[in-house]
Design a protein around this ligand. Structure first.
Ligand SMILES: Cc1ncc(COP(=O)(O)O)c(C=O)c1O
Length: 369
């Protein structure tokens, strides 16, 4: 390890390993499931917190050519590392930023008739391809039914626009049996039928697992690429991509009746050994896991006791060999044994939030094939 890297490693409280080859493997698994449909990649929010500058090129190397982000600034970041990729902004055409779309070759997902008109008003020769989003039932972004009807009545509203595809987004894809899935699919199919030969994009990660009738021409997975389970309640078909480890700073023995942490929410029922670890809610580790979460120290599962504070977590390491629970030892917070989905479930949230909350203080290590 070069000296500065070694020094930075020594200064870190926690280490986030991102396995780029596992992300590539997940891309291949999803592509394989999609058959002839194209697998794009959603890399918004810094590739779900894992680092878009590393993740997007890894996905490109695995075969992804079309990328989706939420904001124009995110698109500019992707174009910097992948100058020839097609990058679509799901949030639409941001008023006042139109020139940036042209200057950086950013493709907007046009979400309203107003955005379609604004895009057409820009110089045709400078405009990259655009997409059109139809709201099939999420009531969030995209053409609502009345605007979709006006577009169907007057397709000349699209004249001069190079259209890459039509798209829509599922509301309940992770619930296989939810009736809204087929209703949205039907509404999207009906809309697309009015624009024959246009390519169609519908499925997110979970949508891919709803079956081939949800695949259309282009899928847009995000969380499954990063190891989140797209089929909740069933075994996760994706490879896990991250490992988060943090160092023990101090170990102490407390007597029966002594309490641990802010608010004294844990009181020792017997003599107890406490290890204090250098990660807290400022690192995105939910405070909700106070007295609920568990970590792994070597092969030992250890409970969190007391409140999680901004920078620290306290663990009950009673009974563990002293050479395992000692200052400097690394504890696993997230990994194969405690996955992002496990943590999300305990914290009353979803894997997406666990991933995108991962903090900026970790020393990041990218594992490549
Ligand atoms: C429009 C759209 N498409 C695709 C995705 C990717 O979804 P997922 O991460 O569930 O695969 C998202 C993410 O929220 C989205 O907003």
């Amino acid at each position: 390890m070069p000296t500065e890297r070694a020094a930075a490693h020594a200064r870190a409280g926690a280490y986030l390993e991102v396995d780029l080859s596992a992300i590539q493997e997940n891309y291949r698994r999803l592509s394989g499931r999609l058959g002839r449909a194209e697998c794009a990649a959603v890399v918004k929010a810094d590739a779900y917190g894992l680092g878009v500058n590393k993740v997007a090129p890894a996905l490109w190397a695995a075969g992804a050519r079309r990328f989706f982000v939420a904001l124009p600034d995110e698109a500019i970041a992707v174009r910097k590392v992948l100058p020839t990729a097609q990058v679509f902004v799901l949030g639409g055409l941001f008023g006042g930023a139109e020139r940036d779309y042209l200057a950086h070759g950013i493709c907007p997902v046009l979400n309203s008739l107003g955005e379609i008109a604004a895009w057409r008003a820009l110089p045709p020769a400078e405009r990259p391809p655009a997409a059109i989003q139809f709201d099939s039932g999420l009531s969030r972004l995209g053409l609502p039914a009345d605007e979709a009807a006006r577009l169907i009545d007057d397709p000349s509203l699209l004249e001069g626009i190079e259209l890459g595809f039509l798209m829509s987004h599922l509301a309940c894809a992770e619930e296989q049996e939810h009736p809204l899935n087929s209703r949205q699919r039907q509404a999207f199919s009906d809309f697309c039928r009015r624009f024959p030969r246009m390519r169609r994009s519908f499925a997110n990660s979970s949508g891919i697992f709803l079956g081939p009738e949800y695949h259309f021409d282009i899928a847009r997975p995000g969380v499954a690429l990063y190891g989140g389970n797209p089929t909740p309640g069933c075994e996760n078909p994706m490879a896990s991509c991250i490992r988060l480890r943090s160092r023990i700073l101090q170990v102490r023995d407390i007597a029966r009746g002594e309490s641990v942490g802010y608010g004294a929410t844990f009181t020792a029922a017997q003599p107890t050994r406490i290890a204090t670890v250098a990660t807290g809610y400022a690192d995105g580790y939910s405070r909700y896991l106070s007295n609920i979460g568990r970590l792994w120290l070597a092969d030992y599962c250890v409970p969190i006791v007391g409140r999680i504070s901004m920078d620290l977590i306290t663990l009950d390491v009673s009974g563990l060999p002293a050479d395992i629970s000692m200052p400097g030892a690394l504890v696993d917070l997230i990994g194969d044994r405690e996955t992002v989905d496990d943590i999300a479930e305990k914290a009353g949230t979803i894997a997406y939030e666990v991933l995108t909350s991962l903090g900026g203080r970790f020393h990041r290590i990218y594992k490549e094939a």
